[in-house]
Write a protein that binds this ligand. Structure first.
Ligand SMILES: Cc1cc2nc3c(=O)[nH]c(=O)nc-3n(C[C@H](O)[C@H](O)[C@H](O)COP(=O)(O)OP(=O)(O)OC[C@H]3O[C@@H](n4cnc5c(N)ncnc54)[C@H](O)[C@@H]3O)c2cc1C
Length: 393
């Protein structure tokens, strides 16, 4: 396979955001996707929990090759051990195999007309200050690829947008720092639910997750606020050490990474350049779930980029931020408000909420529907005051 010299659009990064953007852009334009890794989807850096709507909305087949477990609900464990459980009869989501899933999304982009090339590290190519394409280091070769547009989908550490003059820097508070072990040989109950453990003592601002991949295998991970002095590994190892059913397991894989949960960018576009996905902080700030969000951000970007090429009108992409804001941004900003409320609580207050809220209430909160849920806080003066401020802001 040879990378061609010229495309309408080059997408940097073949994660879920990049492959989805490429798939939709390829309806109307010639598209190249480059990824620096030798294998798309690897390393995984993910708990691999995905809601059913990602499959429904993006027409992804229920393919055993990338589905490990059917998930019927979740349990959130408060610091005092109280369980907020939701269990449904229907499948609510899956724990997937990201390495195969991401490759499937790239395959889907290729089958829709895009060209995808792994082991290709890209940087921006500018002439007289104008973006004219990308420079690619591909298997020891340095190639220049001309394009009318570049889409950066290069993940949370995004350097590309910064090189274009868009500030994507995250201060430590704005990111959760994560570590995860894929463990096998564990003994854990209800391996058809997602398990989430919360509490400031346990995981400052974040949570520990046990996302089952088999009856005896799960992703066991943690995300904590990025400016916490102790490491995520310290908290995760301490959590596991207290649970013999996990302690007995072997570690098949260790993944580290961060999640940009601190807020949203105002704009994602500069001239003939767009940024999407984690690189653009398109993520649910409550639980850090990004797969659905970045695919949605990627689809919107791919659609508008393809249209701009087809109509030879680069100004069209200036509407991207407004489009994302109305389709998704406004909702995610509500979720961020709830997260900002919850992160200020101590463990006693979290226990109090666990007594008055249900598992369904938590679901509503992750969707940004908080008014009716917060009305339940009438008997706790401090929380009521905080909730009032949240509702009025
Ligand atoms: C520990 C952890 C657990 C998570 N768990 C979940 C979960 O259970 N469910 C969920 O929905 N989300 C989860 N997330 C979030 C989810 O993984 C991300 O939101 C998602 O992967 C972001 O997709 P993306 O395409 O924007 O970026 P990525 O998936 O990060 O893809 C970016 C791609 O860009 C490539 N790249 C970077 N720079 C260059 C360059 N210069 N040239 C070429 N290629 C480049 C990289 O190789 C990479 O393949 C988790 C995240 C972490 C860190």
């Amino acid at each position: 396979m040879r990378i061609g010299d010229e495309y309408d659009i080059v997408v940097i990064g073949a994660g879920p955001a990049g492959s989805t953007a490429a798939k939709f852009a390829a309806d109307k334009a010639s598209v190249l996707v480059v990824d620096k890794h030798r294998e798309i989807g690897s390393p995984k850096r993910c708990g691999e929990g995905v809601g059913i709507r990602t499959f429904n909305e993006f027409g992804i087949p229920i393919d055993k090759r990338f589905i490990n477990t059917e998930i019927y609900g979740s349990v959130v464990y408060a610091p005092n051990g109280k369980e907020l459980k939701v269990r449904q009869e229907n499948i609510m989501g899956y724990v997937i195999e990201r390495k195969i899933f991401d490759k499937y999304l790239a395959t889907d982009a290729v089958r829709n007309g895009a060209t995808v090339v792994a082991e290709s590290h890209a940087s921006l190519w500018k002439e007289d200050g104008k973006l004219v394409g990308v420079k690619v280091k591909h298997q020891g070769e340095k190639l220049y690829v001309r394009s009318k547009m570049v889409i950066a989908a290069d993940g949370v550490e995004s350097q590309i947008a910064r090189d274009m003059g868009i500030d994507t820097t995250l201060v430590p508070y704005e990111a959760d720092s994560c570590i995860e072990y894929e463990m096998c040989g564990i003994d854990f109950d209800e391996m058809d639910l997602l398990h989430v453990f919360v509490g400031q003592e346990l995981a400052p601002r974040g949570y520990v997750w046990v996302f089952p991949k088999d009856d005896d295998r799960a992703n066991v991970g943690i995300g904590i606020v990025g400016n916490e002095k102790k490491t995520a590994k310290y908290y995760l190892d301490r959590f596991i050490a207290k649970r013999p059913g996990l302690m007995q397991g072997s570690i098949l894989e260790v993944n580290v990474g961060s999640v940009p949960v601190g807020g949203f960018m105002e704009d994602f576009v500069k001239d003939n350049f767009m940024v999407v996905g984690d690189a653009a902080r398109q993520i649910n700030p409550m639980h850090g779930g990004g797969i659905y969000e970045v695919m949605l951000g990627g689809k919107l970007a791919g659609d508008i980029a393809g249209k701009a090429i087809e109509e030879n009108n680069m100004d069209l992409i200036k509407n991207y931020a407004k489009m994302w804001e109305s389709v998704r941004g406004q909702r995610l900003k509500k979720v961020l408000k709830v997260r900002n409320f919850i992160e200020k609580l101590n463990d006693k207050e979290i226990d109090y909420l666990a007594d008055i809220w249900s598992g369904e209430d938590l679901f509503e909160l992750t969707r940004g529907n908080y008014v009716s849920v917060f009305k339940k806080i009438i008997k706790h003066p401090k929380l009521l005051k905080m909730a009032k401020n949240l509702i009025l802001s």
